[in-house]
Write a protein that binds this ligand. Sequence first.
Ligand SMILES: [Zn+2]
Length: 275
Amino acid sequence: MKERPVIGRSGTFSWLDFIYPPRCAFCGEVLEPGSASHYGNNWDFAACDISAGYMQTGMSRVCTDCRGKIRVLGDFSRLGMDTFSTLHCDGMAAVFAYQGLVRHAMSRLKFHGKASVGLTFAAFLAARLARTRDLPPLDSFHGVIPIPMHRRKEARRGFNQAEMISGEFCRLTGLAHMPKILKKNRDNAKQHRSSGIVRQDNISGTFTACDPARISGHTLLLIDDVITTGSTLDEAAKVLKQAGAAFVFGAAAAAGRGELVNAAESNRNPYGHGK
Ligand SMILES: [Zn+2]
């Protein structure tokens, strides 16, 4: 059967595609119509139908060239969770190493608000979480909460990239999106440059949980764009648990620690459940 050309996000070929042709989420090149069935040599999603469905969505926005270049991370449980701060978070997972094309794609999302990049990351994240051992099954989550941005920063930027990913993630998976539960209290802009130890000290008190009744006793999934040390997700998990959440897991499109990236590069079969 002949494949349909690469299509709009609604699943139909819309007039918008003629004016704004779909572009590769990673490199930004206009996508050639073609098959999204070739996943490159480092993907192993085919064993699970649910995961493969999300993969198809993600891959439909990636050019053939990038498909062969992007590398997925293995399960964190195999990479050594002790590299992350996980005092309160019950588990963390990420799809990509935060480098190269993935870094480039993340800037397109963060600084240009490319919704198609948010959708692509969300689809890969859903595929990842449908096949991971780090987190419970997707259908056990009562709600999905993006890591909030300070309201002034969000007003300046016009959007929160973590919320763009979590919103698309919920649209794909059918899970409840709860973007108003966490509030960020201050604008600590230089977070990414601080060391893990410094961040632990200055991150306390960063978040407030609103509307505890909605999360009491629940299993929640926090979504961020990038995990650096894990301390942001951990602090958010702490606050949610203090507000009554039973379990809190964290997930991100990418993780950016050097040792993790190195470990991921030597792990070519990250989704090989039961092998
Ligand atoms: Zn590309």
